[in-house]
Design a protein around this ligand. Structure first.
Ligand SMILES: [Zn+2]
Length: 364
């Protein structure tokens, strides 16, 4: 996570309710007792019983656990009971990850996928939980706190989703909920609200793919940020270096961790969401980016605009993509001597290109 998640936002009532239901069914099945309906919102049980596919998936999980050897079932009970949220796995590298037998995992995967994709959208579930998934999404992405704004907090490079005028909140497009731990690999956390975070299309569908926050590409356990309380903000900087031969400036992201654990968490975040590649790539066109934002009319005005843009862009980091990173860029520029800034000012003048192709094309 890059941007801190704001305090005080209630989690999705639908995911909370479905997760409580799933946990209760797993614990009841493993201990061979009846489901205790007092462990989840009252009307959820009636809603899932009235929905044949959901009822069938729940029963299939119960049946497959019933058919499991008693000792394994007891071990599974202890494992499910110990890990109540993915957040424990994010922060505790030594904590064992529950590993149900293959047959149980297969049914659990089907149940998790069905609860997430289908059951969560049932009108009866919305009624039982008191809100829909979209209601939670609207609260999460709202601009005023405790909303987190419409910019992806994982990367700050993309909108969560485009907002449309004259469209009610429930009809707006919404971003996908990223399963921080994939529901195919960790199905018991498939509807855990702590495992579900709205992220942008690029983070969710292009950068992350099948990568696992808890294991590196060699399959070794690694640590990662608990995105609900930890973040990379304040632990990354941008640096501008000049090519030794042609003096072309190049922007690069650097991590500034306080300790080894923080370093590892930053590396996991970068590896899973491809952050450095994306940020370094954005500023390949540094000249044009400087021309967009800064005042090149004199060196004094150039320096003044760097100072003001550094503050303005950071204050609007949750409003417009890349503002966060542009603020870091201007923070880096404030350390440069006048001679280097003059070089960049001249460069940004070239980036404006007021009488070039663009002017001819658009008749400016
Ligand atoms: Zn993103």
């Amino acid at each position: 996570m890059l941007l801190p998640i704001r305090n005080g936002l209630a989690p999705s009532a639908v995911f909370l309710g479905l997760n409580a239901l799933m946990r209760e069914v797993l614990l009841a099945s493993c201990s061979g007792r009846a489901v205790d309906q007092s462990n989840f919102p009252e009307d959820i049980w009636h809603a899932v019983q009235a929905n044949e596919p959901t009822r069938a998936h729940l029963q299939a999980v119960r049946d497959v656990i019933d058919a499991t050897d008693t000792t394994i079932r007891y071990e599974l009970y202890l494992a499910f009971q110990e890990v109540t949220s993915v957040r424990q796995l994010f922060s505790d590298q030594a904590l064992a990850i529950p590993e149900p037998p293959e047959a149980v995992t297969a049914e659990l995967k089907k149940l998790a996928a069905h609860l997430f994709e289908r059951t969560s959208k049932l009108a009866d579930i919305t009624r039982a939980c008191g809100e829909s998934i979209k209601d939670h999404y609207s609260r999460y992405s709202a601009d005023p706190a405790p909303g987190n704004g419409n910019v992806c907090g994982m990367c700050a490079t993309e909108l969560l989703s485009q907002r449309r005028s004259y469209i009610s909140a429930n009809e707006q497009w919404r971003a996908p909920y990223d399963h921080l731990l994939a529901k195919e690999k960790y199905p018991q956390f498939g509807v855990d609200p702590d495992n579900l975070l709205p992220t942008c299309h690029t983070c969710n569908s292009k950068a992350k793919l099948a990568k696992d926050l808890l294991h590196n590409s060699e399959g070794d356990r690694r640590i990662c940020f608990d995105p609900w309380v930890e973040h990379a903000h304040g632990k990354v900087i941008l640096r501008i270096d000049f090519d030794l031969i042609d003096l072309t400036p190049k922007v690069s992201l650097f991590m500034t961790p306080a300790d080894v654990a923080e370093q590892e968490k930053l590396e996991t975040w970068n590896d899973v969401y491809r952050i450095k590649e994306r940020i370094d790539g954005e500023f390949i066109t540094l000249r044009e980016k400087l021309a967009e934002d800064l005042d090149p009319s004199s060196l004094e005005n150039f320096k003044r605009s760097i100072e003001s843009k550094k503050i303005i862009k950071m204050s609007a980091a949750r409003l417009t993509p890349y503002n966060y990173w542009r603020s870091l860029l201007y923070a880096a520029l404030t350390n440069f001597p006048d001679q280097t800034l003059e070089q960049l000012r001249i460069l940004s003048l070239e980036g404006l290109d007021p009488y070039g192709d663009a002017a001819a094309t658009y008749g400016i």
